[in-house]
Each structure stands twice: as C-alpha cells, then as structure tokens.
Design a protein around this ligand. Structure first.
Ligand code: HEC
Length: 200
C-alpha cells in the first residue's frame, strides 16, 4: 500500500516535471533575432522536397566549406530550398556541412521525405550558443561581438570558459558560426535581453 502511494506520487511529480519543462532555447521565439544556423537551414533545404538522390548526395558529401558553397550553387536548380538562401546563409550552411557531413551511415534516413530532421541532424552553432552560452551571462554578450575566429576561440579557452562542456570540434563550429552571424546591432536585440548588457 505504502509502496503504491509512493510510486503514485513519483508518477505525479514526473508528469509535473514534463509539463513545466521549458521550451528548448533554440526554439524560443525571443531568440528569433539570432540568424538561423546550419541545422535549421539544412532542414529547410531538405524539406523543400528535393529529389531523394540530391538529399542523399548532401548528407553523404565531404567537402571544405568553400567547396560546399560551389557545390550548392551548382545544385540550386535541382534543390528548391537552396535558391532562397542569401550569401550569409549559404556560408553558414556550408560551414555546418563541412563540420557535420557525411552523416554516419546509421543516421541516414531510409526515406528522406518522411524524416524527422530535428532528431537526426547534429546541433549547429546557434544551438550550441543558446545551450552553452547563457548560464553565466545573457546571450547578448556573445551575439553582439564582432570577432575573428581566433579571438572567439581565445575567449572560449580563457579560464572562465575552458570548463564548458564543448569538444574542440564544437568550439570550432561555434566560432565559425559566430564569425558569420554575431555582431548583431544592439537595436535588433529584444529589450528583455538588453538589460545589464554584460551581467557577469
Ligand atoms: C561558466 C560561466 C560562463 C559560461 C557558461 C559562458 N561564459 Fe562567457 N563569460 C564568463 C565570465 C565570467 C566572463 C567575464 C570574465 C571573462 O571575460 O573571463 C565572460 C565573458 C564573455 C565575453 C566577453 C569577454 C571576452 O572574453 O571576450 C564573451 C564574448 C563570452 N563570455 C562568450 C561566451 C561564449 C561564446 C560562451 C558559450 C560557449 C560563454 N561565454 C559561456 C563566464 C561564462
């Protein structure tokens, strides 16, 4: 009897926790001002109904970021989602592809048309920033800086940041995303994320 009561209580607590679980930061609309990262851009491309062999060729390709840009420009007639990308988006996606493709064979979906990309594609620089860069200071400290890659990596290797649970490859990917997409003017940052600017 006692055991039953306890497990019923545990079940209620668990349901409660599930109900109040916050929206994962990368999907919270307050962050819409931060440009999309490669995961979201690739999802848009894959959901634009490209022929299956085009999707497969992207997911199994291995290129440098520069070569990915050339490749995508060459495939844009066949892949509708590529036609909508601006220069920064194309560069952001190329960077992401250079870090994350080819997908491991066991991650490749049998039918790209029905795939749940949010489960399949690795996190992008925007996701990593929202997940790992707001626990000590607001994200504004990060996304308003205009920096070169070495400078970003330098910050991430300071004593204040070196403990963050990001692999060196993730640090590189995050730095590459920030080079292209940070330096957001403060006027574009929502009021709620401006207060105190640097709160550390
Ligand atoms: C464990 C706490 C913590 C986390 C997590 C954190 N920061 Fe910081 N950050 C700090 C502190 C403390 C400072 C101010 C002191 C300093 O600069 O070392 C700071 C300052 C900064 C600055 C301004 C000063 C500088 O060095 O350029 C930037 C940019 C920055 N952080 C970027 C990031 C990024 C990118 C991430 C995510 C990868 C991140 N932070 C996550 C603690 C943190």
């Amino acid at each position: 009897m006692r055991i039953n009561r306890v497990s019923a209580l545990a079940a209620i607590v668990m349901v409660g926790a599930a109900l109040v679980a916050p929206v994962r930061a990368q999907f919270d609309p307050i962050f819409d001002f931060i440009p999309l990262g490669g995961r979201s851009l690739l999802t848009q491309v894959l959901e634009s109904e490209p022929p299956a062999e085009e999707a497969h060729a992207i997911l199994t390709g291995e290129r440098t970021a520069e070569r990915w840009i050339d490749y995508m420009k060459g495939r844009s007639a066949a892949v509708p989602g590529l036609q909508q990308l601006g220069d920064y988006e194309l560069a952001t996606l190329a960077d992401y592809l250079s870090f994350n493709m080819p997908l491991p064979a066991n991650k490749l979906p049998g039918d790209p048309a029905g795939a749940d990309w949010s489960e399949i594609l690795p996190l992008d620089g925007r996701d990593l920033a929202l997940e790992f860069c707001q626990s000590c200071h607001i994200i504004t400290v990060v996304v308003t800086q205009d920096r070169r890659k070495e400078h970003w990596l330098g910050t991430m290797n300071k004593p204040s940041h070196v403990e963050i649970k990001l692999t060196s490859e993730e640090r590189e990917a995050l730095a590459s995303y920030l080079v292209l997409n940070a330096s957001i003017p403060i006027d574009d940052v929502p009021e709620d994320l401006r207060a105190g600017g640097a709160s550390y």
